[in-house]
Design a protein around this ligand. Sequence first.
Ligand SMILES: Cc1cc2nc3c(=O)[nH]c(=O)nc-3n(C[C@H](O)[C@H](O)[C@H](O)COP(=O)(O)OP(=O)(O)OC[C@H]3O[C@@H](n4cnc5c(N)ncnc54)[C@H](O)[C@@H]3O)c2cc1C
Length: 133
Amino acid sequence: MNPTPEHYDAIVIGVGGVGSAATYRLAARGLDVLGLERFDVPHTRGSSHGSTRIVRLTQPEDPSYVPLARAAFEHWRDLEDETGRDLLTITGSVHAAEPDSAFLDSARASLDAHGIDHEELSGTEVRRGPSLH
Ligand SMILES: Cc1cc2nc3c(=O)[nH]c(=O)nc-3n(C[C@H](O)[C@H](O)[C@H](O)COP(=O)(O)OP(=O)(O)OC[C@H]3O[C@@H](n4cnc5c(N)ncnc54)[C@H](O)[C@@H]3O)c2cc1C
């Protein structure tokens, strides 16, 4: 057996959160993958370090991220099945913006385009707390 093959189908440089997911998915498709990481896998010096991250469906940056976020949720559930661990907690979220701001317009357009349930509240309503209906 050659311990250092000269050919790989894919080489992933940086095995943090994104690189490890890419490595895992490529290997799951049967590709011969090499992951190169300058520290250990995992380690505490990358931007993926820590115990929690947010993945959100509200995507004012670009509505095309919404299907990607939905696919990510499915993949997290797959990973839960494979590992037997609770990894994804679905919650609502509150996003604050100035009325008539570009952020709000863009977030609204993205939510509407993808049929995502949401509610618009004024500052007064937010300060009053959750409505009971
Ligand atoms: C404090 C904090 C909070 C965040 N919160 C969120 C959040 O809630 N939701 C969200 O979506 N995003 C969040 N982000 C951003 C998110 O963490 C990053 O977008 C994501 O984790 C990046 O993953 P990554 O794999 O690209 O980077 P990293 O996890 O940093 O992985 C990059 C890897 O590449 C390795 N590397 C770099 N150079 C080389 C080299 N030359 N050779 C070999 N290996 C190399 C590094 O060691 C590292 O392991 C947050 C970021 C920070 C810092």
